[in-house]
Ligand binder design. Structure first.
Ligand code: AMP
Length: 299
């Protein structure tokens, strides 16, 4: 029988978490799951808030997943703060926080890979080879361990969300996927754990990313051509900051293929590299009464 407790439970082993969340013990209580890499901010806490409102039990995982980092990427320098994360998760009403070690999650590598389909051939999938293989691997493990009724993902990582929705559908995974809007700083910069790695000057420049995307979104609503929009957004960022463009793309969402006549939803997405910090952001627009309007962010 699942025992309720007012305080957050910190669990580090798969065995203990599985025992706690065993369906026979759950007594029909619903489980909402929020997977994260920690160093929590309001974006993560918004996911937790949605999960809190919709489920009896809220589980958050905090795991910097080495399988989704490529050689030379920032796995080592990714920010971490276990005690602060536990405190913030507690304040957000999380019941169980799962913080496994790398050895606990990957005691051996049997070499099995999960390969995403065409949706991974663009954007971060193209820029970070193997990234989404690593994401799908950890997500499947976590889904199997937690067995959630609903899992919460941010639209900040819109490509990840699109691929996971396909994964769940293709493999009949049991969880429902809930999309949560992007949470931004007052100046428009999308909240990210990586923002702390920006220098002061870079932090001042970084809001240009969202401003440039807004200009691109406006151009799209007015009928501009996707290639022209990608060029304009890139130019804006390059001319107004020290950021280097990894990609700026306007594609149909969630398919992530070129926009065609009749496309219902589009994404204007970019990745921008400041000295040591790579930031991503996007605006999703859907058709309403014949025009494209941006999906509302949470401020
Ligand atoms: P991460 O810890 O960066 O792997 O992110 C964990 C989850 O939080 C993912 O589903 C992200 O999309 C989501 N997330 C991260 N930043 C934001 C944000 N600014 N707004 C909404 N969701 C976010």
């Amino acid at each position: 029988m699942y025992v309720e407790s007012n305080d957050i439970q910190v669990i580090e082993t798969i065995e203990e978490l599985q025992k706690k969340l065993n369906r026979n013990e759950r007594n029909h209580k619903t489980v909402g799951f929020v997977p994260t890499m920690g160093f929590l901010h309001e974006g993560h806490l918004s996911l937790a808030k949605h999960a809190r409102e919709q489920n009896d039990i809220v589980v958050m995982s905090i795991f910097v997943n080495p399988a989704q980092f490529g050689p030379g990427e920032d796995f080592e320098s990714y920010p971490r703060d276990r005690e602060r994360d536990i405190r913030l998760a507690r304040e957000a009403g999380v019941d169980i926080v799962f913080i496994p070690t790398v050895e606990e999650m990957y005691p051996m590598d049997g070499g099995i890979r999960i390969l995403p389909g065409m949706q991974a051939s663009e954007l971060c999938g193209a820029a970070r080879p193997g990234h989404f293989d690593g994401v799908l691997k950890v997500v499947l493990k976590l889904f199997n361990i937690v067995d959630p009724d609903r899992s919460y993902f941010g639209m900040k990582d819109a490509q990840q969300l699109a691929i996971i929705e396909t994964f769940v559908r293709d493999f009949n995974l049991r969880t429902a996927i809930v999309r949560v809007p992007i949470v931004r700083e007052d100046d428009g910069l999308a909240k990210s754990s990586r923002n702390v790695n920006l220098t002061t000057a870079e932090r001042t420049e970084a809001p240009i990313i969202y401003r440039a995307l807004q200009i691109g979104a406006q151009m799209f609503a007015e009928g501009a051509d996707p290639n022209a929009i990608e060029q304009e957004v890139s130019d804006w960022i390059v001319c107004n900051s020290s950021g280097k463009i990894d990609y700026v793309r306007l594609l149909a969402y969630p398919q992530l293929v070129p926009v065609l006549e009749g496309t219902q939803e589009v994404i204007l997405a970019c990745a921008v590299k400041f000295s040591t910090t790579r930031l991503i952001d996007n605006i999703i627009m859907s058709t309403k009464d014949g025009t494209y309007v941006p999906y509302d962010d949470e401020q």
